[in-house]
Design a protein. Structure first.
Length: 140
């Protein structure tokens, strides 16, 4: 891990099933923090707007470097980040590419729901025009 040949890797940590590392605790945000392993072996944690904060050794940080022996805490949940790095998630998880946080969710359910809302909004607008605007604009 500390060799210069270690590739850079980003791991999104949070409660959401879309995260690379899922922590099912209420004090952990859906997308809480990004753990970055740099090519020089240094390890960085970056809070991505969590509600309950990210802490290194009890100090709240937006971005911080982790050293062996440091305590990492997301909200009130402590993480053994060194064990996490010794036994990382499968290789399909964190990559050098943008995190899942930056990807647009386009599942079928969201698209269908969006189309239903659009049709309903157009129907309401048409009804308002027909029943309230038409009598005053097109009176005979």
């Amino acid at each position: 891990m500390s060799s210069p040949s270690t590739p850079k890797r980003n791991l999104l940590i949070g409660r959401s099933a879309e995260c690379d590392i899922v922590l099912p605790y209420p004090e952990v945000s859906g997308r809480h923090a990004i753990l970055t392993i740099h090519s020089d072996g240094s390890i960085e944690i970056r809070d991505v707007g969590s509600k309950n904060g990210t802490f290194i050794n009890g100090q709240r940080v937006q971005v911080g470097k982790l050293q062996p022996g440091d305590t990492l805490q997301l909200g009130s949940h402590k993480i053994d980040w060194e064990e996490l790095l010794r036994n990382p998630p499968s290789s399909v998880a964190g990559t050098d590419s943008p995190t899942r946080m930056t990807r647009l969710v386009t599942s079928k359910d969201y698209v269908v729901r969006g189309l239903i809302y659009l049709v309903l909004a157009l129907g309401v607008a048409a009804a308002i025009l027909w029943f309230f605007v038409r009598p005053w604009v097109f009176h005979k």
